[in-house]
Write a protein that binds this ligand. Structure first.
Ligand SMILES: C[S@@+](CC[C@H](N)C(=O)[O-])C[C@H]1O[C@@H](n2cnc3c(N)ncnc32)[C@H](O)[C@@H]1O
Length: 379
């Protein structure tokens, strides 16, 4: 088994064994979900056979509901959606804790049974009023109805495998999942004040060991030699997925643009909030996009020279921006006024108006991702 995959697996299964020893029900299911998601990730994006690791994980857990929960996640990873629903339903019948019921609910949604999920949501909502993970599933139902079927990891995976950038820079690494899609030949740089260290990540690329900077993006751009880190003057692809505040995302964009070349692409996550409740600057929900969305009308108004499209990729939209101009100083010169002006803007309630404001391309069949990449590859 690949050493990087084993590092992440041992890290999470070690935490799981410890939680089982302490009998800490609060986190056992969360760790099982993380472990299963990791294994599904390697199976899906790296075509790694993970059956043996699943067997090891199943042997670690003893309670039937925990085994069933893991079996449901594995079935989902194999596209056996009905089996996943069935296993998670059985787990929640054995253990009626709200977490197991929410897990069943999430498989109903992922399995496309939205009407049944909405009915179950009503029952659960009445039983556990104010429970945030139940509200999250409400948002997930709407995402399943309105967004495309493939998510932003699928698009990132396609970018890395079909258009392999020479230099990839990521702001906001978290568990390392998006970073773990990076191919061997890419110079990858990851920035995150909390987790940007190899030993803290659950997901690692099997063939790339990125450079990590454990600091805020502001610190990185102010105090690091960015060109030296990238090994080049320009990045090819950068992904903004750090602090979900508009003023921060704008600063990240301004800082990145200085290192953009003629064919560079900037991806911005969380630009299409499914509900106004998740789109506030201060976090009030578990599932939270912040007010990142403001960056779209802001760039469209102040920088009409940029080309921008937002894709309705689950769970919160991904914007693609190109035609950057490192010489442009309009955003930095008027930064405070721009922040003040766009922080006054309200997110439209109607989905159609919201999509229009946020430059959403809803027509999946008309979208060609190749349009955003240089013909003949990166220079
Ligand atoms: C949504 S997560 C990133 C998810 C990851 N890109 C993925 O798709 O798998 C956001 C991360 O941004 C980090 N973050 C918060 N403030 C930041 C900042 N000022 N600069 C860089 N990263 C930041 C958080 O620590 C968190 O890990």
């Amino acid at each position: 088994m690949n050493a990087n995959i084993l590092t992440g697996f041992n890290y999470v299964s070690g935490a799981l064994r410890y939680a089982l020893q302490l009998d800490n029900h609060e986190i056992i299911l969360d760790l099982l979900k993380l472990l299963g998601d990791m294994l599904n990730f390697y199976r899906k994006y790296w075509r790694v056979p993970v059956d043996k690791l699943y067997e090891d994980a199943l042997r670690t857990v003893k309670r039937p509901e925990e085994r069933l929960a893991l079996a449901a996640i594995e079935a989902f990873g194999r596209d056996m959606l009905e089996a996943a629903i069935c296993f998670s339903e059985s787990a929640s019948a054995i253990n009626p804790e709200v977490k197991y019921r929410v897990e069943y609910l999430s498989f109903l949604i992922r399995g496309g049974r939205i009407e049944q999920a909405r009915q179950f949501l009503e029952t659960l909502g009445a039983q556990f009023p104010g429970n945030q993970s139940i509200s999250d599933e409400q948002f997930a139902c709407s995402v399943a109805e309105k967004f495309w079927a493939y998510d932003y990891y699928d698009l990132l995976a396609e970018i890395h495998s079909r258009h392999t950038p020479n230099v990839y820079l990521e702001i906001g690494v978290a568990t390392g999942k998006s970073m773990a899609l990076v191919k061997q030949s890419t110079t990858a740089v990851g920035i995150d004040p909390s987790t940007a260290a190899r030993e803290m990540l659950a997901y690692l690329s099997p063939e790339n060991n990125p450079q990590f900077y454990r600091m805020t993006s502001d610190d990185f751009f102010a105090n690091q030699d960015v060109e030296k880190a990238m090994g080049k003057r320009h990045f090819d692809v950068a992904f903004i997925d750090g602090l979900h505040h508009f003023d921060q995302v704008l600063r990240d964009f301004i800082n990145l643009e200085k290192f953009a070349g003629p064919s560079s692409l900037i991806l911005i996550h969380d630009c299409l909030p499914i509900d106004r409740r998740v789109a506030t600057k201060e976090r009030a929900t578990l599932f939270w996009t912040g007010d990142v969305w403001r960056i779209i009308p802001c760039l469209q108004t102040v920088r009409p020279d940029l080309e921008i499209v937002t894709l309705p990729l689950p769970p919160s939209g991904l914007a693609l921006v190109r035609r950057m101009n490192p010489a442009s100083a309009v955003l930095s010169r008027h930064y405070s006024d721009i922040v003040e002006e766009f922080e006054k803007m309200g997110l439209p309630e109607s989905w159609e108006d919201r999509c229009e404001l946020l430059a959403v391309n809803s027509d999946q069949s008309a979208f060609r991702v190749d349009h955003f990449f240089p013909k003949g590859g990166w220079p």
